[in-house]
Design a binder for this molecule. Sequence first.
Ligand SMILES: [Zn+2]
Length: 131
Amino acid sequence: MGSRRRGLGRALRRRCPVCGTRPIFDGWFALRDRCPGCNFSFEREDGYWVGAMIANIAAAEALFGLIFLGGVIATYPDVPWTPLMVAGFVVMIGLPIAFYPLSKTLWLWVDLAFLHPLDADDLSANDPRRG
Ligand SMILES: [Zn+2]
């Protein structure tokens, strides 16, 4: 569907997945509470970012596994264990930091496109779910 692809493109460019406005971050780690363009409330419910964190950690671990396994297979039997461990360490620390904003915008996109479509509450100034 066209709007899903458009939303994915916006998420990959760290824009609001609803309207495409940017910036929606104050710095690398700080996503704003609401979109300055369409007033979309980014944290749609309590604990909303757990899914994004899980995806972020899973991506780092998958990449670590690929690098580690690929390194062992490519160099066996003379595996350079120390460089492999250093590379794995750098990936495990660096990737979640580098991927952090994308994990949030991509999670928003997945949620909007496949799980919970946009509704009026997402854009209202007084979100009833917040009490
Ligand atoms: Zn927006």
